[in-house]
Design a protein around this ligand. Structure first.
Ligand code: FES
Length: 183
């Protein structure tokens, strides 16, 4: 303070500014310290995600029906094929396919009617439409990708359009007659 007037001198003002700035800075650090653990809990680390599994009861899926689930943050399709769809898949010369694989290669023994694939087009990653969906214009009875027109057959194999590979069959196993664990 100025001894004569009682008003803060230049030094006093500077000191107050410093105290204000310091208080704001500490508040900022405090907020980051509180928020950071919350954010890091919300987003699972890549390691945790890579090891996560998805358990599904598929017993209620009727022939010709499919369910959509999520596996490691991506769409997953589980479809029970009809006898006609199985025949269609088996009626193709595997060696002539763009990404050769038989239906048996893509299903589990004893569960040849259950097709489990990622719901991610192998072209640029759109979500294909299933056979039961109204907008499906697929020519091979399986999945159709509306983004650039890739057609997948009833075994999820690429048959026409720009996608280079079949829909990916993730690692999975049946843990009972009706339950699968993906991952
Ligand atoms: Fe499916 Fe391009 S992303 S055809």
């Amino acid at each position: 303070l100025d001894a004569a007037t009682g008003v803060p001198g230049e030094d006093g003002v500077r000191r107050r500014d410093f105290i204000n700035i310091a208080a704001v800075s500490f508040a900022g650090v405090g907020a980051v310290a509180v928020i950071y653990p919350l954010i890091s809990q919300m987003a699972p680390s890549a390691d945790v995600l890579a090891e996560s599994t998805t358990e599904l009861d598929v017993g209620a899926i009727e022939p010709g029906q499919a369910i959509k689930a999520v596996f490691r943050k991506q769409p997953l399709f589980v479809r029970r094929l009809t006898p006609a769809e199985i025949n269609a898949a088996n009626g193709v010369a595997v060696s002539e396919l763009r990404d050769p694989a038989s239906l048996a290669d893509r299903t589990k023994e004893g569960h040849g009617d259950m097709l489990v694939t990622m719901g991610v087009c192998t072209h640029l990653g759109c979500v294909p439409l299933g056979a039961a969906e109204g907008e499906n214009k697929g020519e091979y009875g399986g999945y159709f990708c509306p983004c650039h027109g890739s057609h997948y057959d009833t075994a999820g194999r690429i048959r026409k359009g720009p996608a280079p590979l079949n829909l990916v069959v993730p690692e999975y196993q049946f843990t009972s007659d009706t339950v699968i664990v993906v991952g």
